[in-house]
Design a protein around this ligand. Structure first.
Ligand code: AMP
Ligand code: MG
Length: 493
């Protein structure tokens, strides 16, 4: 049944008061709707027409709090670029509450950019229009690509300026998440040696995300293993589409396994395992190819926090947690190797097939071939006729691709598959459209400089169907021209 306003059913707000601050969003001067995500509203059981109307707009802007909402700013800590920050928390966001969607899944509804909280640490609690649009576009693109992620329900303008390096229009993003519980949420209580809170948080997180862990002999250990498995799968999915999160701090690592907190994130154009875009990532800590190592490092911080719940004997707890962490590289490798093989139409991921896939990646890296276009072009390179031109022309040395493609076709010939099926299968795992940085920047510039949201709408439309050819949208598939190239992305504040 579809109700007008969201039907909240809050559980996190039932936890002890030290888990959060009860805080209403700060009203804004002149709310104006930029966009609502109608299919997502339907999924949440919220009437999209209500949400787009004056009552919905007031809620999305933070000017009105619906009856059953219990707005809170959540407490968390985190390791930022490797250094512990004992208190972070929602400094510019409030969780309005939880909604059980039409599929029975529990989802957080959060406003981001909704004003100061107890955790603002000198920040203004607000968000600029640019970062709000970036998160909207990229999170929705990720969802359409089939990658676990928080979702964008709506974006509104506040009618107020926020001051960054210059005044920019303020905005609020309404987003949903399986939950906003982060590795840093566990660290927050571990640092305070608040084992009672850790136990409550772990029980809550298990019930919500990994209920089967409750049946295990050691639920906290089973929970750690489940989070690790979800992270291994997630990071593999990122890397298979060329995604760089950019700021994989432990406070930006959701224990649900969803991608969260889109700041200086980027998709690669030319393939480069060392690619870094974030302007604040000087050492390349969060480079494309470092992401699995960092995920494991973040999981080690979760493991440390959970130790007192794993076993009373610390040495035993450490040994058990270490064994779980040590499985991570193997799990990740298995996921990504299977993925690389699928991207070249090899279903099994045997040693020889993985080597073949890695050989293509090596060629791409040496010649900075466009990541997305190369894989997409393989569907047309299957037969080796003139249609293979598109793929080979992406390489500075096309003959090096020809040599690889000859080996690839030999391997495919040994498998029995209909070429049309094979091409269709390739197109289902190799997107044509990704949110390329220069397109995202163009969307932001048009909106911020000219209040023109046309490019935003068009880009969202294209990215909603990333695996379809979409004739007439060819320019959205293309990498930037040299003068369009974006070499740096900036943080989400
Ligand atoms: P982020 O880098 O966006 O993941 O944010 C890191 C921390 O800084 C979180 O605790 C945020 O809530 C906080 N923060 C970021 N921007 C602001 C802001 N404009 N005002 C207050 N807190 C902020
Ligand atoms: Mg964050």
């Amino acid at each position: 049944m579809k109700s007008a306003a969201p039907a909240f059913d809050n559980t996190f707000a039932r936890l002890p008061e030290r888990f959060f601050e009860r805080r209403k969003p700060a009203p804004v001067a002149a709310p104006r709707l930029i966009r609502i995500n109608r299919p997502l509203a339907e999924e949440l059981g919220i009437d999209p027409d209500w949400l787009a109307g004056p009552e919905g707009l007031a809620v999305l802007a933070g000017n009105d709090v619906p009856e059953a909402a219990e707005p809170i700013a959540q407490a968390y800590a985190g390791h930022q670029f490797g250094a512990l920050v004992p208190q972070l928390g929602d400094g510019r966001a409030v969780l309005l509450g939880e909604i059980v969607d039409v599929h029975g899944r529990r989802r957080d509804l959060q406003l981001k950019g909704s004003g100061r909280t107890a955790f603002s640490r000198g920040g203004d609690g607000r968000a600029g229009l640019g970062p709000v649009l970036r998160e909207y576009v990229v999170s929705e693109a990720m969802a359409a690509l089939g990658i676990p992620t928080t979702r964008a329900l709506a974006a509104v303008m506040t009618g107020e300026a926020v001051f960054r390096d210059r005044p920019v229009p303020g905005a609020v993003l309404a987003r949903t998440a399986a939950s906003h519980i982060r590795v840093g949420t566990f660290e927050y209580f571990a640092i305070r040696r608040d084992v009672a809170a850790l136990r409550l948080l772990t029980d809550h997180a298990i019930a919500r995300h990994y209920p089967e862990a409750a049946q295990a002999e050691r639920p906290a250990l089973a929970f750690l293993a489940s989070v690790a498995a979800a992270q291994a799968a997630l990071i593999a999915k990122w890397m298979l589409v060329g995604f760089i999160h950019g700021v994989m701090n432990t406070d930006n690592t959701a224990i649900s396994g969803e991608t969260i907190d889109y700041g200086p994130c980027a998709f690669m154009d030319g393939y480069d395992p060392g690619a870094v875009f974030s302007s604040i990532d000087h050492g390349g800590r969060y480079a494309y190819g470092n992401q699995p190592r960092i995920a494991q490092w973040n999981l080690a911080r979760l493991a440390e926090a959970l130790l007192p719940l794993i076993d009373h004997d610390q040495d035993r707890a450490v040994a058990l947690a270490t064994a779980v962490l040590e499985e991570f590289p193997r799990r990740f490798e298995a996921a990504i190797e299977a993925g690389w093989c699928r991207k070249i139409a090899l279903p099994e991921a045997t040693g020889a097939d993985v080597a073949l896939a890695l050989d293509l990646l090596r060629l791409m890296a040496e010649q900075r071939a466009d990541f997305t276009l190369t894989f997409r072009a393989l569907g047309d390179a299957l037969t080796g006729k003139a249609s293979g031109e598109a793929a080979r022309n992406l390489f500075d040395d096309p003959e090096s691709f020809d040599a690889w493609a000859a080996r690839w076709r030999d391997r495919l010939a040994a498998l029995d598959a209909d070429p049309a099926d094979r091409r269709a299968a390739l197109h289902k795992v190799n997107p044509r459209f990704i949110p390329r940085n220069h397109r995202v920047e163009a969307v932001i510039t048009a909106a911020v400089e000219r209040e023109d949201f046309g490019p935003f709408e068009t880009l969202l439309g294209v990215l909603a169907r990333p695996y379809d050819d979409q004739p007439g949208r060819d320019e959205y598939a293309l990498p930037p021209r040299p003068e369009e190239r974006v070499t740096q992305t900036f943080c989400g504040t």
